[in-house]
Design a protein around this ligand. Structure first.
Ligand code: AKB
Length: 318
C-alpha cells in the first residue's frame, strides 16, 4: 500500500476526500495536514493529522520523511474570491506552497504529486463554450494565475526530472459541506439559504453559466487519475466536468421542491471573475486517456444537495 500526505485537508474537498481515502487506502496510510488544529470530524475518525503551513518547506520534508510518504495530494490553496481580497496571501500560499511540494517531491524522489488546477486557469481570451483541454490560458485572477503556474511547473518538472505530476481542472465542486472563499460557492449557499430562509441574494448575475460537478464525481476523478497507469497518460492536466448551469436555472430547479423560494441578484466582484471562466468544458481528453465518466447529472445533484444540506441543518425542506 502506498502512503499519502494531503495538504489543505480540512477544506471543502478535504472534508470528504479524507474519509474516502481512509476507506480506500486504510487509515495507517493517510496523513492529513493543515494550518489549523485537527477538525472534530477527523478526530472522530482517528485520522493521523499534523499541523503544517505549506510554506514551511522544512516542516513538509520532515513529515514526508517521518511517515515515509509516496504520494502528495496538494490541496492547500487560497481560492478565487479570497485571492482577490488578498492577492499577497494567495501568492505566498499558492505559489510558494506548490513550489515546496514540487521540490520536496523531486528531492525525496516521491512517486507522485497530485495538485488540482481549476477552471480559473482559463480567462477571457479562452473559448468559453465547451473549452478544450488545450487552449489559450490567460487568466485575470491571482488564483487563476497560480493555477497556470501549477500546471506549467508540473509539466516542466515532468519533462526535466521525470517527476510524476498529475492535475485536474476542477470546476465548482458541490457538496453539503460549507465552502469558503470561492466564486462557485453560490451554488452551495443557495441550498443553505433556500432551506433556512426561503430566499437567497446571489453574488453572481442570473445568466452566469459555469461548469460544476458533484463531490462524489470530484473524488472519483481524483482517484481515477492518481491510480491511472502512467503509460495511458499523454497529458498531465485534464478538464473534468459533470454539468453546467446558471444561478437562474438552479433557482428554478430548487423552486420545484421549495415553491416559495425567492432569489434576488446583487452581483459583486465575484461576478466579474466568473464571467472570465468557461461556461462548459470539453472533458474528452480525460475520457479518452483514463476513462473519465461522471455519475451525477443536474437533476440528481439538486435532490442530493437538498437532502444533504437539509440533514446538515436539521431542517426538513419538504
Ligand atoms: C473557486 O470558485 O474559486 C473554486 C474553483 C472553481 O476553483 N471553486
Amino acid at each position: 500500500m502506498k502512503k499519502y500526505l494531503v495538504t489543505g485537508s480540512y477544506g471543502q474537498i478535504g472534508m470528504d476526500l479524507i474519509p474516502a481515502m481512509l476507506e480506500r487506502y486504510g487509515k495507517e496510510n493517510i496523513v492529513a495536514t493543515g494550518r489549523k488544529k485537527i477538525p472534530k470530524e477527523f478526530k472522530e475518525l482517528d485520522v493521523i493529522y499534523n499541523r503544517l503551513d505549506i510554506r514551511d518547506q522544512y516542516g513538509l520534508r520532515r513529515l514526508l520523511v517521518d511517515y515515509d510518504i509516496d504520494i502528495i495530494i496538494h490541496n492547500a490553496s487560497v481560492l478565487s474570491a479570497t485571492g482577490e481580497r488578498n492577492p499577497q496571501l494567495a501568492h505566498s500560499i499558492n505559489f510558494e506552497g506548490f513550489y515546496n511540494a514540487l521540490e520536496a517531491t523531486r528531492e525525496l524522489k516521491l512517486e507522485q504529486l497530485f495538485a488540482p488546477s481549476s477552471i480559473a486557469a482559463f480567462g477571457p481570451t479562452t473559448p468559453l463554450d465547451n473549452t478544450p483541454n488545450t487552449t489559450i490560458m490567460e487568466p485575470t485572477s491571482i488564483y487563476g494565475i497560480s493555477k497556470v503556474y501549477t500546471e506549467l511547473m508540473g509539466n516542466y518538472y515532468k519533462q526535466k526530472y521525470d517527476l510524476n505530476f498529475r492535475s485536474l481542472r476542477y470546476p465548482g465542486v458541490l457538496s453539503p459541506e460549507e465552502p469558503g472563499g470561492g466564486t462557485t460557492d453560490y451554488a452551495i449557499w443557495i441550498f443553505y439559504e433556500a432551506i433556512k430562509n426561503k430566499k437567497y441574494e446571489c453574488f453572481l448575475g442570473p445568466d452566469v453559466e459555469l461548469p460544476m460537478m458533484m463531490m462524489s464525481d470530484c473524488l472519483k476523478s481524483t482517484f481515477d487519475l492518481i491510480e491511472a497507469p502512467e503509460e495511458k497518460l499523454k497529458h498531465r492536466t485534464f478538464n473534468v466536468t459533470g454539468m453546467s448551469f446558471t444561478p437562474e436555472v438552479l433557482a428554478n430547479a430548487i423552486k420545484e421542491y421549495i415553491p416559495d423560494f425567492e432569489i434576488t441578484y446583487k452581483p459583486d466582484f465575484r461576478d466579474d471573475i466568473a464571467r472570465t471562466w468557461p461556461h462548459s468544458l470539453d472533458d474528452s481528453t480525460a475520457r479518452e486517456e483514463w476513462g473519465w465518466d461522471p455519475e451525477y447529472p443536474f437533476d440528481k445533484m439538486v435532490t442530493a444537495m437538498l437532502d444533504g444540506v437539509s440533514e446538515k441543518l436539521g431542517i426538513p425542506y419538504k
